[in-house]
Ligand binder design. Structure first.
Ligand SMILES: Cc1cc2nc3c(=O)[nH]c(=O)nc-3n(C[C@H](O)[C@H](O)[C@H](O)COP(=O)(O)O)c2cc1C
Length: 453
């Protein structure tokens, strides 16, 4: 075996009830009745930990989008979920999605600080600004806040949350029973934030998290989304269909990061991959087609109508895809709408073909092949400046995870591209990210805290 290269890829398991294929719940092997059973997710996270994944990730939305008739919608709330998963795992990182549009920073900073303490430094926050009106309507609003303003609010949200985590010095607590000093009052401070969106006095009512700050993850890819990611994100989940698009995104975000004085290597870019794995390529394609056979095309038309902003339920399934609205008019997920539009045009897809292409991963890249072919694909993107790792999105769970763990991961390990053992214990250590300095500390206390990273 050749000696291990210095750079290894990072793998995140994107947990999604019974799988990422929209019709996975109808597959004979899936267990949709377990989608609110925490033991099911604990088993998945334990399997991912045995395979040495960096992290598991739970997405979250604040509505059901009227889709309950034909899709698995709704599920467990991320903090409750990840705290329960942390109790049965030891190493794997735990990334949860929380919206900056429909939350207050004090609450969110507190919950992530708690999760980081509970898990011994394994928490990560997928920062989202939320995608639509239906979420707004659950929070006293008729309309979704404008895209640009959502990112402005998110930036201030992040300033407040990170300040709150820093409101305690790492060594603020003294536990001095003899003198009766629990904490040094000089080291627990108010943040006195008064901004456009938030007024927060502080300090936080949870001591500084073990990681300093939980790992900051982001998934937006519009111009505002990229700027936000370049400024704050330490890991980025992204949907990319082609090597060229992924390379452009990778280059662009890392270049933008330098403007903020950041080291481009301190941002890990993880495109999604929905791999259907078979003993042969033909078997993998057959498995993929079998899953497609459960697609409900009415539902698919509904999803496309949502993106197209027009009712296409009466349109010919085998006809061309109607034009998408101009991107300036999209107030929800801009970059995803653009990606789907480009996919349909580039490959000249009919409505039926587009629905099938989106079924496996909602716009993320899907691939059917042998474990070796999947490893080849990942290696290509990893070595050609398109990815620092991948967001693994099995079309069917738990089977797709097992196939990835038993086939693709050993192949990547043989090539020296993936760890065979965890080197550290925190999520920051897995991703090779340094522990953030405490902005309020005069001493080099927090740098000292970074020495084991
Ligand atoms: C892998 C991935 C996971 C995402 N998970 C969520 C999620 O759980 N909740 C959510 O509201 N948005 C989620 N998003 C959407 C993004 O936060 C963002 O709104 C979307 O990518 C569009 O970004 P843009 O508005 O900057 O174009 C996710 C996106 C990606 C690529």
């Amino acid at each position: 075996m050749s000696s291990e290269p210095r750079r290894q890829m990072h793998l995140n398991l994107f947990l999604m009830s019974v799988g990422h294929h929209e019709a996975a719940w109808r597959h004979p092997q899936s267990q949709p009745e377990r989608h609110t059973d925490i033991r099911y997710y604990q088993e998945l996270a334990q399997a991912a930990e045995r395979a040495k994944f960096d992290s598991v990730f739970l997405a979250d939305g604040l509505a059901t989008w009227g889709r309950a008739a034909h899709s698995i919608v709704g599920g467990l709330e991320p903090f409750t979920f990840l705290a329960a998963v942390s109790a049965v795992t030891e190493k794997i990182g735990l990334i949860g999605t929380v919206s900056t549009t429909y939350n207050e920073p004090f609450h969110v900073a507190r919950k992530f600080a708690s999760l980081d303490h509970i898990s011994g430094g394994r928490a990560g926050w997928n920062i989202v600004t939320s995608g639509g009106e239906m979420e707004a309507q659950n929070f006293n609003k008729e309309e979704h806040l404008h895209h640009h303003l959502r990112y402005q609010r998110a930036a201030e949200f992040l300033e407040v949350a990170t300040s709150l985590w820093d409101s305690w010095d790492d060594d603020a607590r003294l536990f001095d029973k003899a003198s009766g000093a629990f904490a040094d009052p000089e080291k627990v401070r108010a943040i006195e934030h008064k901004g456009e969106w938030f007024g927060v006095k502080g300090p936080l009512n949870v001591p500084r998290p073990p990681q300093g700050h939980p790992v900051l993850v982001q998934a937006g890819a519009s111009d505002d989304g990229r700027e936000f990611a370049a400024r704050y994100a330490e890991a980025i989940f992204t949907a990319q269909q082609t090597l060229e698009d992924a390379q452009e995104f990778y280059r662009d975000v890392k270049t933008r990061a330098q403007k903020y004085g950041r080291d481009p290597d301190a941002i890990k870019i993880l495109p999604g991959i929905g791999a259907t794995i078979g003993a042969t390529e033909a078997e993998a394609r057959e498995k993929e087609e079998y899953l497609h056979s459960f697609i409900n095309f009415d539902r698919g038309m509904g999803m496309l109508s949502f993106l197209l902003k027009q009712d296409i339920s009466q349109i010919d399934l085998d006809g061309p895809v109607p034009p998408f609205p101009p991107i300036e008019e999209v107030n929800g997920m801009k970059s995803r709408t653009q990606l789907v539009d480009e996919l349909a045009r580039r490959e000249n897809l009919t409505v039926r073909q587009l629905i099938k292409r989106l079924a496996g991963g909602r716009g993320h890249r899907t691939f059917a092949g042998t474990a070796t072919q999947v490893a080849d694909q990942l290696e290509e993107w990893f070595t050609k400046g398109a990815a620092d790792g991948f967001n693994v999105m099995p079309p069917l769970l738990p089977g797709g995870l097992n196939e990835f763990a038993e086939g693709v991961i050993p192949e990547l390990q043989r090539r020296g591209l993936f760890r065979t053992e965890y080197a550290g214990s925190t999520l920051r250590e897995h991703y090779g990210l340094s522990r953030p300095r405490n902005r309020f500390e005069a001493s080099s206390q927090s740098e000292r805290g970074g020495e084991n990273i």
